[in-house]
Design a protein around this ligand. Structure first.
Ligand code: TMP
Length: 215
């Protein structure tokens, strides 16, 4: 039986990575084999593309169209080498960002038209659409504090201003509202364990996971 494909989406600093680890632990405790991965990235080649797109040489910028193509290049390799084989083995794939991030980031602020992005997504993703997407939503100010608390230099998107991040938040909310069969909106402004419990409840309900047997 094909495994399950769960994606986590939301603005930077919304707590996706922390939630992904927590969900993986709970799924493993429920007897699932879990593959944790991220986009852009997840394979050696896709990680090289990640570095290229998120950290262009000083003073250089990719256009939104070039970004969209690079994200989809990385995604193609990721799907071919990691995601599809894992799903065929029956594993559960948890992915930190996927195609919704391209829809959002490469279209906001006068980027690529939604029609063009949709076409690319159709070719690249094909039938490998997520079974479920957790959309983490938090006020931009709270997320900015979490981003600033993280070590390392800001990438090309993190470094953009408040207005950009507000548009990103609104665009993710629109996707969650438009596709309720796939997406679950999670209020990520709550304490970490409350967010994890809400997400876990949604995963159990939607993907029919039985609690592990206690002896
Ligand atoms: P993060 O996964 O560490 O948050 O960083 C990845 C950054 O890449 C984030 O700012 C969103 C951006 N991104 C896109 O612009 N398009 C995409 O398709 C994906 C997957 C990520």
């Amino acid at each position: 039986m094909r495994g399950r494909f769960i994606t986590l989406e939301g603005g930077e600093g919304s707590g996706k990575s922390t939630l992904l680890k927590e969900l993986a632990a709970r799924l493993e405790a429920a007897g699932k084999t879990v593959v944790c991965t991220r986009e852009p990235g997840g394979t050696a080649l896709a990680e090289s593309v990640r570095n290229l797109v998120l950290h262009p040489p000083a003073g250089q910028h990719w256009s939104p169209m070039a970004e969209a193509l690079l994200m989809n290049t990385a995604r193609t390799d990721h799907l071919e080498k990691l995601i599809r084989p894992a799903l065929e083995r029956g594993d559960w794939v948890l992915c930190d960002r996927f195609a919704d991030s391209t829809r959002v980031y490469q279209s906001v602020s006068g980027g690529v038209s939604e029609d063009v992005l949709k076409l690319m997504e159709g070719f690249v993703v094909g039938e490998t659409r997520p079974d479920m997407t957790l959309v983490l939503d938090a006020p931009v100010e709270a997320a900015a504090e979490r981003r600033e608390a993280r070590a390392g230099t800001a990438d090309t998107f993190e470094a953009r201003g408040h207005e950009f991040h507000e548009k990103v938040r609104a665009a993710f909310l629109r996707i969650a509202q438009k596709e309720p069969a796939r997406c679950v909106l999670i209020d990520a402004s709550r304490p970490v364990d409350e967010v994890a419990n809400a997400a876990w409840t949604a995963v159990q309900e939607r993907l029919d996971i039985k609690a592990p047997a206690t002896t």
